[in-house]
Each structure stands twice: as structure tokens, then as C-alpha cells.
Design a protein around this ligand. Sequence first.
Ligand code: ZN
Length: 223
Amino acid sequence: MIDKLYDKKITFAAFKQSRLIMKIICIGRNYIEHAKELSNPIPKSPLIFMKPSTALLTDGKPFYHPAFSQNIHYELEVVLKICKNGKAIQAQFAETYYQHIGLGIDFTARDLQDSLKDKGQPWELAKAFDHSACVGDFVDKSTLDIRSIKFNLTKNGQTAQEGNTSDLIFNFDYLISYISQYFTLQVGDLIFTGTPAGVGKVAIGDSYEGFLEGNRLIECKIK
Ligand code: ZN
């Protein structure tokens, strides 16, 4: 009996390879116009929060509107996929820690977030719930000028958000350096680098598409 169970064991290494263990690190208020639209101050250092791996929503699957919020917002963001383990990474070497760039939607329960902020409490319930991290396809960064990537979100075919990484308050290299002082970055980890202005409420039936330099990398329907 014991032998049989032992045959079926899954090693810790296998878990890591299947990416069941990974983290999603997100940056808040990284575009000035977005900080302003929610009446938030411009941060002096990156505002960091995390989502667990259970927040992932991939492969173009729909987002099912949860009952616990009446005001879920979309936030389109450029996402970095970490390709090398590292800690305390110097900014000058940061770009060797990611090779692929994609788009994600950071679904946010704005009503919950507002009440948590008022009470000075952590944001997890508003930011880290199941399927709150919608992630699309990735492209190799060698095809891009990472200091000036245009990206945009359409809602039911109309432009909802437009951004450019040239407007980031904290650029990718700085973020990786800053984050890795606190959290060891591991292969497969994702960094949501912040949303530009234009966030808004989703409604059941909405259809969202995200484009990076004109290439559609993400789509998500709200059900
Ligand atoms: Zn966000």
C-alpha cells in the first residue's frame, strides 16, 4: 500500500515545472494619468501587491462576474514573464530576467477596494480573487522597443484604454530591481506593470480585446 502511494508521488520539482507554484506581482499607480483618474497620489516608490496562481485566467476563457462585487473594473496592463531566477537584481542586468512580453487584464473589485482602502486594510479581496489575472499571449521582446510599447484595450469594439510604456513612472528594469530586493523572482512568475488611464466597469455581455503594437494578444468575454 505504502509502495503504491509512493509510486504516485509528485516531486516538488514537478510542481514547479508545471507552474502550479508561481506568483503574480502587480504594480499599482504606475501611470500618472491613471493615478489621477482615481484621485490617488503619484507614488514615490512602486506600489506592490500580489495575486496567487489561482487568480490566473488564460486561453481566452470567459470571466464569470462574481456576486461579491457590483463594480468590477478592467485594467489592461503590459505583463513581463520572468525567465530566470534571481534576487537583488541590479537594474542594469534586469532585462536579462525576462524575454517575453504580453498583455493582461487586472480585474479589480473597485467597490471592495475602496472600502478596504478606507479602513486601511490589505487589498487581496479586491485584487487577488479567482480569475482576476487574465493573461493573453506573449511576444519575444526582441521584436519590440520596450521603452515605447503602444498598447490598447477595446470594449465591444470601441477603444477603452490606450497606453505607452514611455509613460511608465517606474520602468521595467527599475521594477525588477525593486521587487527582487524583497521577493526572489522565479521562472514563470508574472509581473503586471500597471494600467494606464481609462479603467472602467465591466458588464455581463462585454467583450474585451487587447492589442500590443496592433497585434491582438488577449481577448476576454464577461459572462
Ligand atoms: Zn492594475
